[in-house]
Structures are given as structure tokens and as C-alpha cells.
Design a protein around this ligand. Sequence first.
Ligand code: FAD
Length: 314
Amino acid sequence: MTILLLADHDNASLSDQTAKALTAAAKIAKDQASDIHILVAGKGAKPAAEQAAKLAGVSKVLLAESDELANNLAEPLADLIVSLSASYDTILSAATSVGKNVLPRVAALLDVAQVSEIIEVISSDTFKRPIYAGNAIQTVQATDAKKVITVRTASFSPAGGDGPVASIESVPGATGPHRSHFVAEEVAAMDRPDLTSAEIIISGGRALGSAEKFREVILPLADKLGAAVGASRAAVDAGYAPNDWQVGQTGKVVAPQLYIACGISGAIQHLAGMKDSKVIVAINKDEEAPIFQVADYGLVADLFEALPELQENL
Ligand code: FAD
């Protein structure tokens, strides 16, 4: 049987989340000697399909294009996947906002149980996934004939992008009518790396005290390190940082090479989003702060003194 991986892309380019989810797909494929097809659904998405075709281990790329598919809406995307599903026994996607929007709908339409946010593939039907905000790891066996799976990409390295080029086959886009319509999209323009794929993240917490201080203390250091900027939920809720910078259980799950937590206490909900980072540095003036329990390097200091000093010495 064959595996279908839903690509994460913006039509012009493929996100590296797809290459990471492909590594999980390849582990499932290895267990049951399956082919892997990637579905690129969008409008004007040929460039993304061409990138997908070069990923190692992909045997075919399906390219579906229509006006309805242009903006990753769940209804047409789910209908498209369901229309293709007869040929696949495993359907998966990175657990991005698109994947988390579309795949539960696919699972419901197929009347199967979704296995969400896997972090390890044990066999083609058995997976590990975090529960209780990452405090316990559950091993689940999916017994449905068709498996619908989202992949926590922080746990998988990206598949190579230099495989033999797979064929690209056009498939018909979804047919409507659907009840949701695309109205507008506001994309925050950023010249810093994307939080979910950054090598280095510097995050600020409630201790920053204001949006002005957050910008004044965290951003210059991020620029100097070429880092993405993250924040605790307390900092986001207080308006110090925008919502899409939030790291944690209800924010983004990240696993950079280096995570620097500044003035963040280390609540379990924050740890759930960053504890798989390769090296964790914590700067906190309270030596009892729980963040020090997961930190590889801890500095008990006032961040308003330590960060400018660090920046000066870099
Ligand atoms: P605090 O806990 O107030 O910690 C501030 C820290 O800064 C303290 O440790 C203090 O010692 C230190 N400090 C103060 N001044 C200084 C200084 N000058 N220099 C150095 N250190 C200083 N939180 C998330 O982050 N992400 C989530 O996704 C998330 N999801 C949640 C989901 C649910 C259902 C719930 C209930 C909560 C969630 N939370 C989440 C909130 C979480 O429980 C914490 O409230 C939050 O993470 C605290 O943020 P903080 O560490 O910035 O603030």
C-alpha cells in the first residue's frame, strides 16, 4: 500500500516541515515496504511540487490546483484527500496549523481515529506521542484500516532534498460548494528566522515588564545571534509580544539547537513547547525557578543586566 503525505507550503515554496514529516513517513514505509506520495494542493503551486519531487524517498507528487485550494482551507483540502484516500492506507501531515486543521476533518470523514502529533514511529501502526503537556509519553496502536496521523516535526530531522526527481501528476482539485470562504490573510512581515525552523531561539517572559522593554532587550540580541524570538504565554497575554511568538502547550512546539529563556519561570505548559531543544540556557533571578531543572546552562541574574552585557560581549 501507499502513504500519502500532505505538503505544507505557500504555493511558491515547500516548508521544511514537509521534509521532517517525510522522515516519519519513511519510517512507516520501511516497516511495510510502501511507496510515499506527496500531495501538493494549492494554486500556482508547481514550484512547491517541484521541490517536493526532489525529496529523498518520494515516488510521486500529486499536484491539485484550484481557486478553492489556494488558501489551505480545511473543507476543500479534506474533501480532496478523502477523494484520493481509496489508494492509501496511511495519510499524514506535519502538525502545523494547516495539518491540525485539515487532518481531523479527514479522519472524521473517513470515520477513523486520528493519531495526533507522533514523536516516534515504532512500526507501521504503532507510534509514540506526548500526553499531559509532554509529561508522559503514550504508545498507541492504530487498528483502523486507514491511519490518519499528524507528526510533531520537532522530533524528526528533515529528509534530504537531493533524491532522484519523482514524477509530478496533476489530479483534479476539490469540487464545492463549501461553507467556508477565504476572506483575508494578514501575514506578519519578519526578517528573522521562522520560530519552528530556527536554529537559535531567544524567548522572553513576564519579567520583561512591557512591550517596549521586550523589544529593547530581546530583539537586538536576537538580531546579533540570527535567532528567532519566542515568548511565554504570560508575556503574550500581557501584550509584550505577539501571539504567534508564543512557545508552549498552546503555542508553538520548537526544538532548536539553542533555546535561551530569559525571565521565564518554566511552567510545564512552557516546557511542553521547548524541552526538546538541544541546548537550553536559562537566565532567571530566582535560583529556585523550575526552568533551571531543564536547563543545560543556568545563569542566576537580573536579565536587564545580563542580556546587555551578553550582547556587548558577543
Ligand atoms: P512567570 O511564571 O511569572 O515567571 C516570570 C519569571 O521571571 C520568574 O521565574 C521570575 O523569577 C523571573 N524574573 C522576574 N524578574 C526578573 C529579572 N529582572 N531578571 C531575570 N528573571 C526575572 N505558558 C506558556 O509559556 N506557553 C503556553 O503555551 C502555555 N499554555 C498554557 C495552557 C494552559 C491550559 C494553561 C493553564 C497555562 C498555559 N501557560 C502557557 C501559562 C503557564 O502556566 C505560565 O503561567 C506561563 O508560562 C508563565 O510565564 P512566565 O514564565 O513568563 O511568567
